[in-house]
Each structure stands twice: as C-alpha cells, then as structure tokens.
Design a protein around this ligand. Structure first.
Ligand SMILES: NC(=O)c1ccc[n+]([C@@H]2O[C@H](COP(=O)([O-])OP(=O)(O)OC[C@H]3O[C@@H](n4cnc5c(N)ncnc54)[C@H](O)[C@@H]3O)[C@@H](O)[C@H]2O)c1
Ligand SMILES: O=CCCC(=O)O
Length: 499
C-alpha cells in the first residue's frame, strides 16, 4: 500500500537526537577516537542516507578495551551485589525515561516502525530491571558430605572479562540481555556492537555510565572489521567468556576460535521456527499469532516463524485470513504515521529474501499476497504469503529474515512433528491447538529450546531464551541468564568436629 508522507517526528528532532549520540569508542570510562583515526558510516535503511559517522575500532583499540576490562575485573568483582543491582536499577529508570530517544534511534538505524521500537525499549529495559533483582541472588551452598566427615562449601564467582558480540536486529535488547547479567554477576566487558546498528549501543553505554558504572567495567568498540578486531581478544588468555548473538555461520567459526583457550561461550544463533496450526485450532487466534510471529521486526528475528505447517483441512481458511491481515500492513519508513512494516536492513538482505521467494515460486508455490520488493528508496519488501510450498524447497531450510510466510500442509500429528523437526535449527516452535494434551505432547516431541503454545511471541526477560541443535548453546534471561556469567567454586573443608 502506498502512503502519503506524514512523519510523526520532525527532521530537527532526528538531527538533535543524532547529535546527542557519542561517536567515540568507550574505553576505560572515556569516549575516544580510534587509534587509527578511522570512522565508518551508519546508514538509514529506509533511505540509504548516512545518519552518522562513528569511530572504527581496530586491533589496537580492541587490546586497549581488554586491558581496561582486565584491570577493572578484581575491584568490580568486590563491589557488593546490592550496589551492582542498584546501578542496573538506575539504568532501567534512565532507559525508561529516555524511551522515546532509544526508540527513535533504533527506528533510524535499523528501520523498525516507531511503535515496535518502543516495544523493544520496554523489552530491552526489562533485562536491566530483571537482573538488578537477580544480582543479590547468586547463592552458593554449605553442606555435609554423605559420609559426614567433611563439609562442602560451594560458591559462585564471576567468570571474568567477557567479550559480548551483538547483532543488528534488536539493537537495544540484544545488548541489555548480555550486559545486565554480566554486571549483576560482577564481570567486566568489551562490547562489540553490530556495525550496521551501533548507535543504540553508544547511547546505552552513555546511560550505563550515568547510572554509575565504574570506568573499565563496560568498554564499547564498534568496528567495521569485526574479525580482525575481536580475533586477538578471543586468543588472549585474560578473556574468560565469549557471548555471541548472530548467525549460526559466524557462531560456528567463533566457537572454533574459542576452543583454543577453552573459553566459556554462550551462542544465541539462527532459527527456522515451525508454526504449526492443527485442525482443532482457533484459526483467528492462529492468524493473530502468525502476524506476530512473522511480522514482528519485519520478520528479521531469530524467533520469526519461518515455516507455516498447517493442517490440510484449515489451510485455505488460514491462508485467506492471514492474507487479509497482511493486506493492512503498510510498508513505510518507521517514522511515518502509517508505517506497520519498515525496510529490511540492506540491499543484500532484501535480495536474498526475493531469491528465496523466486526459488519457491519456480518450484510451484503461489503468492497469495506480495512476492516482490517495493519500488523506490530503501530496502522494503512486500508482506508475502506463499501457498503450495513443497518439501525440499530452500525457503523451508534457510532463515528468510523477511516478511515472507511459506505455507506447507500436513495430515497427521506425526507428519507435523516430522516436518517441524526437519531442520538443523532448534530455537523456537509455535503450536496452535485447543487440545491441551496435544500441546503438551508437541512440547515433548519438538526439538526446540522454546515453544509458544497458542502464542506468537515467547520473548520475556524472565524466561530462559535459547536454542538447541545449531541454534546455539546457553540461555539468556530468566533464572538461568546470570549463571552464564558465573562459575562454581567448591571448597572442601575438614570435619569441624574432628580432633
Ligand atoms: N538466537 C538469538 O537469540 C538471536 C538473536 C538475534 C539474532 N540472531 C541471529 O543473528 C542473525 C542476524 O544477525 P547478523 O546478521 O548481525 O549476524 P552475523 O552473524 O552476521 O553478525 C552478528 C555479529 O557478529 C559480528 N561478526 C561477524 N563476523 C565476525 C567475526 N568473524 N568475528 C567477530 N564478530 C563477527 C557482526 O559484526 C555482528 O556484530 C540471524 O541468523 C539471527 O537468527 C539470533
Ligand atoms: O532475533 C532474535 C531475538 C528476538 C527476541 O529476543 O525476541
């Protein structure tokens, strides 16, 4: 749908916000230029225009950032948990107070509609609040050995300096989901933000300093040369943990690099979520869930439903109702009043989405709606539904990362399970059914780290987020999130009653 321009923020407001974003590297509490003096451009994916140029870290800056993190580790680990929690709580209040700035910045650099960006601010800020509460609960235990002859003291300690690498698609939440538990646990950090969307991390780091985080605890090194800048850090024996969110392809390479020093790792990788609609589902509820699971973040989410596996008896009704909702999804710059779907992140991503659609169509699929890029500036793609997709088509095995919903049908529960599990990924699945036992059976049979039961979104700071198979290792958020930044130490104590 074409719309007349009706921006809800002025150009002056955009410029003023951009002018307030720190453009340096954050090393040891100071914003500074890259040692090489180099900068790189950050672009608006709705227009292709440059928003800002920021310092471009290289290996020398990476080393300085790790020096700062390593030097701060001992004193930071001694800061009382309550104090660490209070810094996080203040950061939560500050991000919330500046919610409009964070939302607009994400819309500008990443493209998501402003309303969605506001949703990400709440989601991202919640990790700060959640871990402000968890900071004081990293308990160990004291117990008697089974033979009664000795005592066992088990404590939790911060793992030490961490390298955090984040993707471009959720510029705030992917950073807070790592930084908050690391702060709570008492770890120092080097954050390598995504080169396509580094601005939100810059503003977030400024807020962390304002909240009272001591110099050196969080160091931020945006860079256009990710491998060259972070590679030496992964090999440095002072680094104790790598937490990566991004593609399975890059994660696999980093895991190999991390094996050299036997680093602790957390890997939040790609997904290929099945969205299963049974014949007994409430089809309207399934369509509402599908809109969320598919169109949240323009489909650029690891949790995005990638394969709609629909019972043959309700497939036509589901596709028609889904298409009617998709037809209302106006594509426009996220600052436009009418915008419901923003641009994809770049031309490469948009072209890859179209390649997958064309491949499916040439194998016999039919576009119920959409099926093409949107003409004009920016990297917009039409919300698309494909019917009659056949097993073995590329679109069913690769992450689409765009607003495209391929539908494949099934006739029995066993077939639905087989189709859903037929992937190397295992992040999340969605199941729509009115039969609770069937829902629980699907939970037991599906090979995923998370399941949305009659729900199109599972993301929640209080829940353990993460996958199995090639979707990753470890969990972020929930009670489990802080454990990724702690190690267990055991002290064996002689029998206190012995002579
Ligand atoms: N499981 C999750 O929680 C989760 C969350 C968000 C995104 N993702 C996944 O992320 C992908 C999209 O994000 P992306 O395109 O930014 O992924 P990506 O793997 O291309 O990049 C992720 C990050 O790694 C950096 N990077 C790339 N090569 C590197 C190297 N050799 N050494 C060090 N760092 C390197 C990038 O600069 C970026 O900061 C999708 O596959 C999506 O499913 C997963
Ligand atoms: O892209 C994946 C992260 C999505 C989320 O945290 O909800």
């Amino acid at each position: 749908m074409t719309v007349t321009a009706q921006p809800i923020v002025t150009a002056e407001r955009e410029s003023a916000l951009l002018a307030s974003v720190p453009t340096g590297l954050l090393i040891n509490g100071r914003w500074q230029p890259a040692a090489s003096g180099k900068t790189f451009n950050v672009e608006d994916p709705s227009t292709g225009k440059v928003l800002l140029s920021i310092a471009d870290a290289g290996p020398v800056d990476g080393a300085a950032a790790l020096d700062a993190a390593a030097a701060a580790q001992e004193s930071w680990a001694k800061v009382p948990p309550r104090e660490r929690g209070e810094i996080l709580r203040r950061a939560f209040e500050l991000v919330t107070a500046r919610a409009e700035d964070f939302a607009l910045l994400m819309t500008l650099e990443m493209g998501k509609p402003l309303a969605e960006a506001r949703g990400e601010v709440s989601y991202g800020a919640e990790f700060l609040r959640w871990f402000s509460e968890e900071a004081v609960r990293a308990f160990g235990r004291y117990s008697m050995s089974p033979d009664g002859k000795s005592r066992l003291l088990v404590t939790k300690k911060p793992v030490g300096p961490c390298l955090l690498i984040t993707p471009w698609n959720f510029p705030l939440a992917m950073a807070t989901r790592k930084v908050a538990p690391a702060v709570a646990a008492g770890c120092t950090m080097v954050l390598k933000s995504a080169n396509l969307t580094p601005l939100t991390s810059q503003l977030f780091a400024a807020v962390m300093l304002e909240a009272g985080l001591p110099a050196g605890v969080l160091n931020v090194i945006p860079t256009s040369t990710a491998g060259a800048t972070t590679g030496p850090l992964i090999k440095d024996s002072r680094l104790r943990k790598l937490s990566f969110t991004g593609s399975t392809e890059v994660g696999r390479r980093l895991l190999a690099d991390a094996s050299e020093n036997v680093l602790r790792t957390s890997m939040e990788l790609g997904g290929n979520a099945p969205f299963v609609v049974f014949e007994d589902a409430d089809v309207d509820a399934a369509v509402a869930g599908a809109m969320l699971a598919k169109l949240r973040n323009m489909g650029e989410a690891c949790t995005a439903a990638n394969r709609f596996i629909v019972h043959e008896s309700v497939a036509d009704e589901f596709a028609e109702k889904f298409a009617a909702k998709m037809a209302d999804m106006t594509t426009a710059r996220g600052t436009e009043a009418a915008s419901k779907v923003g641009p994809l992140i770049d031309a490469k991503s948009r072209d890859k989405v179209h390649e997958l659609v064309s491949d499916a169509v040439s194998a016999g699929a039919v576009a119920v709606i959409g099926g093409a890029a949107v003409e004009g500036p920016g990297y917009f793609y039409q919300p698309t539904i494909l019917k009659g997709v056949t097993e073995g088509t590329r679109i069913l095995s690769e992450e689409i990362f765009g607003p495209v919903a391929p539908i494949i049908t099934f006739s029995s529960e066993d077939e639905a399970v087989r189709l859903a599990n037929n992937t190397d990924y295992g992040l999340v699945a969605y199941v729509f059914t009115r039969d609770l036992n069937r829902g629980l059976r699907m939970g037991e049979r599906l090979e995923t780290g998370m399941l949305g039961l009659n729900a199109g979104v599972v993301s929640n700071a209080a829940a353990p987020f993460g996958g199995v198979k090639q979707s990753g290792l470890g969990r972020e958020g929930g009670l489990e999130g802080i454990e990724e930044y702690l190690y267990t130490q055991y002290i064996g104590i002689a029998d206190p009653y012995a002579g």
